[in-house]
Write a protein that binds this ligand. Sequence first.
Ligand code: ATP
Ligand code: MG
Length: 585
Amino acid sequence: MITRLSRLFLRTLRDDPADAEVPSHKLLVRAGYVRRVAPGVYSWLPLGLRVLRKVEDVVRAEMDAIGGQEISLPALLPREPYETTNRWTEYGDGLFRLRDRKGADYLLGPTHEELFALTVKGEYSSYKDLPVTLYQIQTKYRDEERPRAGILRGREFVMKDSYSFDLDEDGLKASYDAHRQAYQRIFDRLRVKYVIVAATSGAMGGSASEEFLADSPVGEDTYVRCPESGYAANVEAVVTPAPEPLPIEGQPEAVVYDTPDTPTISTLVDWANSAGIAERYGRPVTAADTLKNVMVKLRHPDGKTEILGIGIPGDREVDDKRLGASVEPAEVELLTEADFAENPFLVKGYIGPKALQANGVRYLVDPRVGTGTSWITGADEPGKHVVGLVAGRDFTPDGTIEAAEVRDGDPSPDGRGTLVAARGIEIGHIFQLGNKYTDAFEVDVLGENGKPVRLTMGSYGVGVSRMVAVIAEQQHDDKGLRWPAAVAPYDVHVVIANKDDAARAGAEEVVSGLHTQGLDVLFDDRTASPGVKFKDAELLGMPLVLVIGRGWAEGKVELRDRFTGETEELPAASAVDAVVAKVRG
Ligand code: ATP
Ligand code: MG
């Protein structure tokens, strides 16, 4: 097909949009691929839509290749199924809820486990029908708290979601592995650089799950990897290796000290080193010797709130994401002044484990706070701390919690090296859900022995619209977009860079030759100056740019490779063949 720039519904912008921070967002808007309608809600203009469709095509082909069958469910959904699984409530503010004229509750689907489970239940009744994998490529709605970076985190976005149904655990594992491999093929075909990380299962419930994260400095997902062993995991999934219990016997008694004006860890450490406490340790006291007690308020799905105490080594901060994942489905809130007023045993800056436990507050500690470890911590009175408070002797936590930050240099959970931090953008997610949804809807079929079998389920997502931004993010340069051939809106961008009629006619001829060969051609037939046209060609980012200009009179054209930046001069007569060979090669 031939698309003439003189007719194309496209206006490129000279300036970056004011709300854009990341390169893909700036470029996709400047190049006229997408336009913002509302926060996190975007229109796709012709060039953008072509990229989106090509990403969809790759995803569809690989889903079909593993036997997935495409269906399409509504985005507008009734409340009941989501009520059954409690997600109507659990999804919190992330769900778009609406009401019809009769007063019935609806939602715009954020993900479709419920509906797929019900769909399979509706059609299938025998073990002979299984396994089955169904998928859709469909618009999803989530009222994201921080819609960001254009289409990277939208409130309306396109997802490929698929769901596998199997008779048993082995079947589920096979479906999961098939998806894992299909995803690897998809992302390889799209030329995306990514890692696969162990993940937490989030609001979906269930067990094994992995995320595909595209390498990107602007990614919101921090993950850690161990260069020595190849281990990679979401920060939320990192399990802190627990130390061996230490002997309690022989450890000196805990002593309470007056420590005026030491409400922070650093003032406390300074006090300890100036007050002779270091002698007890035979070395200077550091923040890691202190136990910091962080108070949070949990809001449980039933609406009840609970004050929770979290003890972590004083040299670490609480990581909100890790904390959030650990307490899910409860949500974390900060304590208000009113909470402190209602609970006078919470002495700000001097909170210790003792008062918490004496007052019935659940107290969870970092796994490093193991039995026999000794701490400097709050003594529950203003200006007082206790030194030598031993876990398992002077206090017994109610359990452990993974809430402390993970840092470069921490030991890898596989025991084979240390962790370093990296950033990525989540492009895919695969889950072994197990029975969560099939239990909720009693999705059974008749088994071989005549008894009912409860199906086991997997769910698998790819961010299709997000992928457009991810590719732009990984592939652009300072001049503009740079599409890999698999998703470029057009195979080649032909620019007329001369006003003379012979060159114009020649360009028309070349373009029609390319079209005859089956290529998709973006044809800059405008009367604008060559400089403007070259700039636009770089901004729009087709992989090949064929320039027909001054050289035409001598039978020469110029072919530019947008990726390597290389330019080669070609005889005009063989231009079509050369471009076709490059595209097909
Ligand atoms: P994130 O952690 O980025 O919010 P998620 O864990 O909520 O993602 P899933 O529920 O696993 O995402 O959805 C499957 C895929 O859909 C994700 O891997 C991601 O690529 C894509 N996706 C999720 N939320 C958005 C969004 N707001 N905008 C665009 N794509 C999204
Ligand atoms: Mg996820």
